[in-house]
Design a binder for this molecule. Sequence first.
Ligand code: CUA
Length: 152
Amino acid sequence: TYEKLWLVAAFLLIVGFIATITYGSVGLGIQMIDDSEETLSPDDINDDERFGEPRVEQVGENEYEAYVVAQTFIFQPDPIEIPANSRVTFYVTSRDVIHGFDVVGTNTNTMVIPGEVSKMTVEFDEPDEYGIVCNEYCGDFHHTMEGQLNVV
Ligand code: CUA
């Protein structure tokens, strides 16, 4: 009957919308493919050679590791520079209170907790510029806590 056809049509439309949204997020030039946590004493952060000097380091042909420190109200390094067509594992920790690390407009987003290292693996296809914002309230200037991620 026609009623049934309309139901099927409406259903297909909804499936189509969802597929478009999903494709849209995958179609961006940056895609988070893995995340996890490890523990780290806040006292050890400066002794840990990854975080004593926040930086991006090449570890393979197209593989990089980014050691990122959040603290009120900055991210280090800033900007974070990533080569295009690379796979980057981020290790992000906090020097003081809970922050967020949200690469705006992407699915790369994590809480940054003192005493923990948030680990995320992200693929970067194309050159682009992204803002980084803190999305956890961390004090009076939380709203100013921003960084920059440049895929070059
Ligand atoms: Cu850091 Cu909000």
